[in-house]
Design a protein around this ligand. Sequence first.
Ligand SMILES: O=C(CO)[C@H](O)[C@H](O)COP(=O)(O)O
Length: 221
Amino acid sequence: MESKRAAAEQAVEYVQDGMIVGLGTGSTAYWAIQKLGSRVKDGLGIQAVATSVQSEQLALELGIPVLSLSDVFEIDLTIDGADEVDSDWNLIKGGGGALLREKIVAAASKELIVVVDHTKQVQRLGKFHLPVEIVSFGAGQTQRKLQKLGCIPSLRLHQNKPFITDNGNYIVDCDFKEIKCAEELESSINRIPGVVENGLFIRLASKVMVGYPNGSVQELG
Ligand SMILES: O=C(CO)[C@H](O)[C@H](O)COP(=O)(O)O
């Protein structure tokens, strides 16, 4: 917890008055939102765009004004977590099921600061099962197409029922073991009819903050 909190709080130091800030989702982004909330209480004037219903609720509880992404031309800075980060700062995201909104928000951001604890750093992506958001119609068909790309897909469940994203879709977690060409895979997956988006974030991160249990943070970028 201390590693995640330290990385998240360091990222919040980049937030300046007047900015539009993208709020990530997950247990690391949680600490960034908490810190932003306390800075807002101290007078920081920002507006935010959230990547999930959960993060939006937290932001509102903390007094952070939240805008709809459609009403924003560009986001100045987004702070979000990741499930894996490789040496080129390519990411796997979506462990919390928010990958679609996270990718839309990241793509609308001038800067994406990724906040992780040191366990998320990997040589090559793929040990973490890649989350893919799919529509419920024909979900079995879509999973078989995913399998043909070389993974073992499994439908994410919540209380013995399919997990439903904030967008009303399913998530399939794909075990690729090791992803050799992440950029190519990202496109191949998204070409499957029924796939909405996948959790590979290629060349979107502009900085990575890596937190350690003693509270220190390594800043990459
Ligand atoms: O992509 C995400 C949610 O969809 C999260 O950023 C990712 O799962 C990391 O979560 P955590 O900070 O809890 O380890």
